[in-house]
Design a protein around this ligand. Structure first.
Ligand code: SF4
Length: 223
């Protein structure tokens, strides 16, 4: 579902988290995903009619108000790129208004990210594969995605790409499974920054509800 550039359908928002990327970060879980990875930890986030609709400006104001407490924003899901118009608008404003870093999880591979149909991002085009030269240059050239890359990539510092594969599960260093690709799109972070991220954390909401989050939300059940 591709909502307008002024709103997003979200599954959740966490203002302060230490287990969803380097340092303390705000987390936006986008609602809706059609990729159906077996063993997905977040099936409640799959339905496009669930969650809540938020105005991107409201979300931007909430995140901007946290600037002194966080070093960045993590966009997760659900599948963020199935609302690519709204996500791109949010990230563009965030980068214009703040110095916060951006980490984005997607179930699409790097190759699929370049073939998404922006008009219906549940579809991946069969044509238009990035050239060898684009693939070689895209992740690293002066921290800028090369020509032909989707716009949202210019606002992202770290992209974690690819389906969750249950048989390759690792659940550490922000990798749910070993097949996931890590793309450092700027020089702001490197591998050591991801390795030091805790696998999980427990967060208590103002109403007393306990939320378990991170790349291994069942961390405590195994102990
Ligand atoms: S892409 Fe993410 S949210 Fe969607 S099914 Fe796979 S693991 Fe779950």
């Amino acid at each position: 579902m591709n909502k307008s550039a002024s709103e997003l359908q979200i599954y959740g928002f966490l203002p302060l988290s230490y287990s969803n990327g380097p340092g303390c970060r705000a987390v936006v879980w986008v609602q809706g995903c059609t990729l159906n990875c077996p063993g997905c930890f977040n099936p409640e986030s799959h339905a496009f009619r669930g969650g809540q609709t938020v105005a991107i400006l409201d979300l931007l104001h909430q995140i901007s108000a946290l600037q002194s407490s966080i070093q960045g924003v993590t966009i997760s899901g659900g599948e963020p790129l199935q609302q690519i118009t709204g996500v791109t608008a949010l990230l563009r404003e965030l980068k214009a208004e703040t110095d916060l870093s951006v980490l984005l999880f997607t179930g699409y591979t790097w190759d699929e990210v370049h073939r998404l149909d922006v008009g219906d991002p549940r579809r991946v085009r069969r044509t238009r594969r990035p050239s060898f030269e684009e693939k070689r240059r895209s992740p690293t050239v002066n921290g800028e995605p090369s020509g032909g890359s989707p716009k949202f990539l210019r606002y992202v510092d770290i992209l974690l790409a690819g389906r969750f594969q249950r048989n390759l599960r690792v659940a550490r260093g922000l990798l749910g499974s070993a097949n996931k690709e890590i793309h450092f799109l700027t020089d702001r972070y490197g591998p050591a920054d991801l390795e030091s991220v805790p696998e999980a954390e427990l967060v208590m909401s103002p109403s007393g509800e306990i939320l378990s989050t991170g790349i291994d939300p069942c961390f405590w059940e195994k102990r």
